[in-house]
Write a protein that binds this ligand. Structure first.
Ligand SMILES: [Zn+2]
Length: 880
């Protein structure tokens, strides 16, 4: 039960893993709960063909009042009843072909006995009138006493199987239907649903009725209903309406963040050879969303965190494009062609993740795409729990199927497939796959078959190892040069443990050998545990690159001399190879040549990702010369995405007044808000003199969306000065901006640990409606180590509202607190060091103190909160 949480702490060690951390934390935030009895697609009794869904809302009681008419066709002879999924809804009346019908309900089903046994092909119109207060699936975000000015919003989140909490229906992906959605709402509201807007009409009593019609079939988890007070910006692509919506008052943020959508639609339509398949494309951004984004057919819902303030948006190299291109990509992969069961969800998520990279390489350039892929591969290797699980699997007992294999590894596998068979063959196969399976549900074999049919390339072995098998190759590499034979002897060992679903890999690899006369490329295929490849080389190599460009998902330990790494950092043509060199050089301590080379990369590399990596590495090396180079770099006019790394790296050098002075000046004034935030954080980490005053001033400083204030609030925890407590209590209180509250709660967790009033205050936030506040409070209590919080957490476990979805997380924190109380009485602050969790955490070579751990966590949270906006995070929790 605590496994996912263990996993989180096990990630805290390393820099590039914050995405994985975010995804895991999000597991608990998003958490639509699976209810399916088994992980395979259901057998069907009927084909649901069309649903006419009419909804009204009781805003006071947060209730939905619905009438739905399902048109369905029976699939087998002798069908005596029709069962719909329905949870927590009060069914008032059911008619079958307009005649009143009997019905019964269970916790998860509405069952309607038919008057007589039906035959295959018999058609029925079943109308259900119902009402209910949805526990999930539909969310009411309305003004309240703490947030009286908040724009009203009602929105739904169907995936994976939550639609039936607000609509009795067939709630599994393996059926497809068209819809009419008829929404009656206050006249000043806007609604968004699937398909075309047919009409908006006066419904009397200050209400209007919006009528939407979707004529392209899709699965019920892709049904969407959004209603509320929104601003709207209209755009178009090839005559198709493209519309963006923001909660009222934030419409000015739409163009800068979302304006590239039509260009993405054009790119994907051309690449796939299948045009964008829906009648319109809407993206509606909502507050308190339980996911980063959701690709409802023709009408994506995204978190309003993606509406970055226009003054901050230019500080992010790729903006919100990862999220936007991901959800758009799903409109083909997920919506037009849908996984048959969740075990094949990588066919949705792997493609969508891959398509982020396709947009990135086209719009932002190859270096950026390569840098992101290099990071993504590192992240995947850091996620130890993903290692022994295949991408395609049906054993979800203790983990989520929406995991880093379906997303990150799935995307990398598609990238490898494209690299191996070539761009042209890949997209011809993709076109065939989309055309053959358009409007259908698919399993992984359908993709393999499409590649074979379109290109006559058999990919069975590739699919077997990468999709049905687990793990990835780990290589131990070295070479010798034979001057007589003019030959490089490249030795390759596969060192991954062969067990379970992890086998030996067969991979084609590009090897580049550079000598004085220039580079030469060789293709070798590695397939055994130990192999030696003789490769011609006129003279002793200056550089040997195995898997040049880093196309294969792998880890590699290449035994090279320092001078070759130095040469590689400076001369390798591909980002991945220069990145590998920077990382390798970072392990060579106290070497001025290394520091100088990293300084050169920091100043001169053409890819900003390598410059940022060089800055991080100089910070880790921690020598006086390294800090000098970083300080000097601060005087240049670096872009914010590099500058923030430089500033952050300076937070590793203790007791250097010159650095503190510089950080103070950046914190107070700089062109980049990201750099200023990084400076505040670095000062806190260094526990610099007067840091308290600097942070205190930043809390009141004027910055877009309180960006600096939130950075300061987050940093008080690592500064560790208890006099911040009153300020943090003030900013954690209801009514303050949500981002400020979560930042303050994170810091409160680490201060005045023996003060039970603070614990009680944090515990009070457990029952709030805001997901992020709740999550922050739950974690803060667990990390704080004060066992007096246990009853509050236990009460939360028993509540029957949304927080029930966070059960595994809450249970984990309770266990953590109890262990602390049992194990080391009187030593609350040591709680984080007890139990399995820390065993996993300190499973690495370095054993960190609680304080170091929390500092790292705090840094990760900072980065995470920046990245969360572009993260899709709708991951269900481990099954109960
Ligand atoms: Zn997705």
């Amino acid at each position: 039960m605590t496994r996912e949480r263990l996993h989180i702490t096990s990630h805290v060690r390393s820099r590039p893993v914050f995405l994985a951390l975010a995804a895991l934390l999000a597991t608990f935030v998003a958490a639509p709960q699976l209810f399916a009895d088994d992980p395979y697609a259901r057998s069907r009794d009927y084909d649901l063909q069309h649903s006419k869904i009419a909804l009204r809302f009781n805003l006071e009681q947060k209730k939905v009042l619905g009438e739905v008419t399902h048109s369905l066709s029976v699939l087998r002879d002798g069908t005596a009843k029709i069962a719909f999924d329905s949870a927590g809804l009060t069914i008032q009346k059911v008619t079958v072909n307009k005649a009143a019908a009997k019905f019964e309900t269970t916790a998860e089903k509405l069952i309607i006995p038919l008057a007589s046994e039906a035959k295959a092909g018999d058609k029925f119109d079943i109308t259900i009138r119902y009402e209910g207060k949805p526990a999930k699936g539909m969310y009411f975000i309305l003004p309240d006493k703490d947030y009286p000015d908040r724009p009203s919003q009602i929105w739904t989140q169907g995936e994976s199987e939550d639609t039936h909490y607000y609509l009795p229906t067939y709630d599994y992906p393996n059926d497809r239907l068209t819809t009419e959605t008829i929404l009656t709402v206050p006249a000043s509201w806007i609604t968004v649903s699937n398909g075309k807007l047919i009409s908006v009409s006066d419904a009397g009593k200050g209400l209007k009725t919006w009528y939407w019609k979707e004529s392209v079939p899709s699965s019920t988890y892709l049904i969407t209903v959004v209603a509320g007070e929104f601003d709207e910006v209209k755009d178009t692509w090839r005559g198709i309406p493209v519309t963006y919506y923001a909660p009222k008052g934030r419409g000015d943020r739409l163009p800068i963040n979302y304006g590239r959508t039509p260009a993405m639609m054009e790119l994907f339509s051309k690449k796939f050879g299948v045009d964008y398949p829906w009648e319109k494309y809407a993206q509606v951004m909502v507050d308190d969303f339980v996911a980063g984004g959701m690709e409802n057919s023709s009408a994506t819902t995204n978190t309003s965190k993606s509406l970055v303030h226009p003054k901050l948006a230019p500080e992010y190299f790729t903006g919100e494009d990862d999220l936007i291109s991901h959800e758009l990509g799903h409109q083909w992969f997920g919506d037009l062609v849908t996984c048959k069961d969740w075990g094949d969800v990588w066919l949705n998520e792997g493609f969508a993740t891959f398509l982020e990279a396709v947009w990135t390489e086209t719009h932002f350039g190859k270096d950026q795409a390569d840098y992101e892929r290099w990071n993504s591969a590192h992240e995947w290797f850091e996620s130890a729990s993903l290692w022994n699980k295949p991408i395609v699997r049906h054993d979800f007992d203790d983990s989520s199927e929406f995991d880093g294999n379906a997303y990150g590894k799935g995307g990398l596998v598609l990238y490898m497939l494209r690299h191996q068979i070539g761009e042209d063959a890949f997209y011809r196969a993709v076109k065939h796959y989309l055309e053959v399976n358009r409007g259908k549900n698919v399993v992984t074999a359908d993709l393999a078959k499409a590649v074979e049919e379109a290109m006559h390339i058999n990919v069975d072995q590739f699919f077997s190892q990468w999709l049905y098998g687990a793990g990835a190759p780990k290589f131990d590499l070295g070479y010798t040069y034979d001057p007589e034979k003019h030959q490089v002897m490249l030795s390759v060992k596969q060192t991954q443990k062969i067990e379970g679903r992890v086998g030996l890999f067969r991979v084609p690899v590009d090897v580049e050998i550079t000598t004085a006369t220039g580079p030469k490329l060789y293709n070798v295929t590695v397939s055994k545990d130990k192999q030696t490849f003789p490769l011609a080389a006129e003279s002793a190599p200056l550089m040997v690159l195995f898997d040049m460009g880093g196309h294969v998902l792998k880890s590699a330990d290449f035994h090279k001399e320092k001078k070759e790494w130095l040469y590689q950092l400076k001369n390798a043509s591909e980002v991945a190879d220069r990145g590998d060199a920077a990382v390798a050089l970072g392990k060579i301590r106290n070497d001025e040549e290394v520091v100088a080379a990293l300084g050169d990369a920091l100043r001169n590399d053409k890819a900003w990702g390598i410059r940022a990596t060089a800055a991080d590495t100089l910070g880790q090396l921690g020598t006086a010369s390294a800090s000098k180079l970083l300080l000097a770099e601060l005087d240049s006019r670096d872009a914010p995405w590099v500058r923030s790394h430089v500033v952050s790296a300076l937070g590793s050098f203790k007791d250097d007044p010159a650095i503190v002075t510089k950080l103070n000046s950046v914190a107070k004034q700089d062109d980049s808000y990201r750099a200023r935030a990084a400076a505040l954080q670095a000062l806190g980490r260094l526990k610099a003199p007067a840091a308290f005053a600097t942070l205190d001033a930043a809390v009141t400083a004027d910055s877009p969306d309180g960006f600096l204030r939130n950075a300061a609030l987050r940093t008080f925890g690592s500064l560790g000065d208890d006099k911040a407590v009153p300020l943090l209590l003030q900013w954690s209180a209801p009514g303050k901006p949500i981002d400020s509250r979560t930042a303050a709660i994170n810091s409160l967790a680490r201060l005045q640990k023996d003060n039970q009033d603070v614990t009680k205050q944090i515990a009070d936030y457990l029952t709030e409606p805001h997901f992020s506040v709740r999550m922050a409070a739950i974690y803060a209590l667990g990390g704080r180590g004060d066992a007096t919080a246990v009853p509050a957490l236990e009460a939360l476990l028993k509540s029957d509202d949304l927080s029930i979805e966070m059960m595994p997380m809450i249970k984990g924190q309770i266990a953590r607190l109890k262990k602390a109380a049992d194990g080391k009485p009187g030593s609350a602050s040591s709680s984080a060091d007890t139990g399995e969790e820390s065993a996993e955490y300190t499973g690495s070579s370095e054993k960190l103190s609680t304080e170091q751990r929390l500092e790292k966590l705090e840094r990760l949270l900072q980065e995470m909160s920046e990245r969360l906006k572009s993260m899709e995070k709708r991951l269900p929790p481990p099954k109960q």
